[in-house]
Design a protein around this ligand. Sequence first.
Ligand code: DLZ
Length: 217
Amino acid sequence: MLDDFHKGLEPATTTQDGSALRILIVHTRWNTAIVQGLVDGARKTMIEQHNVKPENIVIESVPGAYELPFAAKKLLEVSQIRAAEGANDLIGNVNLLDGLNLNSPTTTTTSAGAPPTSAGTTGAKGSRQAFDAVICIGVLIKGSTMHFEYICEAVSQGIMRVGLDSGVPVIFGVLTCLNEEQALSRAGLDKAGKGHNHGIDWGSGAVEMALLKNRTL
Ligand code: DLZ
């Protein structure tokens, strides 16, 4: 019985082909060493296990976890407008700071682009494809005040809201830890090497949910 027990994400039973997907990762610049490991894990998994093209993964950063929902919403809206305009660079001059320097050169700013006028839609005739999923990545570590509780609550609710309101899956890649050791272990960076990098699960989850979003009747 215990032999069958799988802690964490059970892999999907069918192939999850992400070769046609475009994914946005937004990460924080708090606790960057841990965040870096999580972003790397998500990115590598999407590329190596799900065939997502490196140039179709855009990575942007925000100051802290509290800013993740706003940035995800803004960049999703911009990507939908720019895709409807036929632009290849989905975020244009709205590029945020790329703190971890993981973006492929083809995903950096290439043109000023028109200012957004309305929320675009994907799939319009002649349009390109906007982001199919977003992964919000951050690490919250509890301090001695109530700040942690407020931010955790706001971020989890905010990320859920962006996903439901936009119709584009937004993965909750935020570790909410009581101390740094817990965070290191959940990024696979603990000294004992017994941890698990949750970024791997978030990468697979993003592909699976993006394919679900794109599924037709
Ligand atoms: C203020 C704050 C604190 C105390 N801790 C963290 C943290 O552990 N992880 C994180 O991503 N951000 C933290 N922040 C910053 C907030 O998320 C936010 O950036 C600021 O409150 C400004 O809105």
